[in-house]
Design a protein around this ligand. Structure first.
Ligand code: FDA
Length: 303
């Protein structure tokens, strides 16, 4: 119930404008967001690198409605890649295609995506294409497949809650494409996505096994201890697996487990979002664990 309400609120522009203007809300978001500027994001990246963790940077923003906004977002990503190269920090980038125009015109988006992939290739960096709400999945994968034939420095994301994901994983793994596997963070109808946690988790386990037995570079994106343990077992039994595998977690979530995985010798990458457009991202994090909301409101009361 609360999850659905929070996901519903995550899409309300009016509430977003109200919340973004509140100083206390910016303070709360800092638990999950590295800051509002690239300087702050680089600082956080450097600190995580020093603790043995890789990073993927997300310049927050999604669902843009105007071409000039999409253009600015693409320029910002190219500038991030240049800066990351100069600063020599260990980070790739994660982008949302609706941020660079997918909801306006797929052609516009294709052009921007290509320019970002080219910049990433120039700097020997990597672009992960985040997966958004189900209405964008088909187009996102089509654009990814086009690009993947030419660029090997791009990766896709699969959400285990989607009923279609088994067939997508089979396609991606037959191409040896790089895949981040996550559960999925949006509100989806029953025809499209499993609704019960048990089903979403079972689907994750099944997709993980397919990917583990493939040549696809794999990112296991979850904070779920049971899945992490299962992945470790699979990595042990597939010790001859040639393609790289890494764990990925969100900035500010289960930091203890992140450190533990590094201590055990696993590759660990932290997804670090930054920017002023943090509202929908923050609300999805609240929806994943409504207890966060209670903790945060308590912290606020204590101030
Ligand atoms: P689950 O939600 O079952 O949580 C397992 C445990 O982890 C919880 O019991 C709790 O202890 C902890 N936990 C999880 N979320 C928490 C939170 N927000 N705060 C505090 N504790 C929390 N989704 C998507 O649709 N498209 C995408 O491209 C991505 N990309 C992505 C990248 C990376 C690196 C990660 C880790 C996740 C994503 N996601 C995503 C989000 C993903 O789909 C999912 O919503 C969250 O990861 C939560 O699911 P878990 O697998 O952690 O399991």
């Amino acid at each position: 119930m609360l999850r659905s309400l929070l996901l519903y609120l995550s899409e309300r522009k009016g509430l977003q404008d109200f919340i973004l203007r509140r100083k206390f809300a910016r303070g709360l978001a800092r638990r999950f967001v590295a800051g509002e500027t690239l300087d702050e994001a680089i600082q956080v990246t450097r600190a995580l690198n020093a603790r043995g963790m890789l990073v993927t940077l997300d310049h927050l923003g999604e669902s843009v409605e105007r071409e000039d906004q999409a253009k600015r977002a693409a320029e910002a990503y190219r500038a991030i890649l240049e800066r990351v190269h100069e600063e020599r920090v260990q980070t790739g980038i994660s982008i949302k295609l609706t941020q660079i125009g997918l909801a306006i015109d797929p052609e516009l988006c294709r052009g921007h995506l290509r320019s970002i992939a080219e910049a990433a290739r120039r700097y020997d960096n990597f672009v992960r294409i985040d997966m958004e709400a189900s209405e964008y999945v088909e187009l996102t994968l089509q654009l990814f497949y086009e690009l993947n034939d030419e660029f090997r420095n791009v990766g896709a994301v699969i959400q285990s809650y989607l009923r279609r994901s088994e067939s997508d994983v089979n396609e991606l793994s037959s191409r040896g494409a790089s895949v981040r596997l996550c559960k999925g963070a949006y509100k989806e109808p029953d025809e499209v996505a499993f609704q019960r946690k048990k089903e979403v988790d079972a689907s994750y386990a099944q997709l993980l096994e397919i990917l583990m037995n493939s040549d696809s570079p794999l990112a296991i994106a979850t904070h779920d201890s049971r899945i992490i343990d299962a992945a470790k077992r699979l990595l042990r039994t597939n010790s001859k697996r040639k393609a790289p595998a890494e764990f990925q977690m969100l900035y500010g979530v289960r930091r203890d487990v992140q450190a533990q995985l590094v201590a055990e010798g696993y590759r660990m990458r932290v997804y670090v979002p930054y920017g002023t457009e943090w509202y929908p991202y923050f609300m999805r994090r609240m929806a994943e664990r409504p207890a966060n909301l209670v903790f945060m409101l308590r912290a606020l009361k204590g101030k």
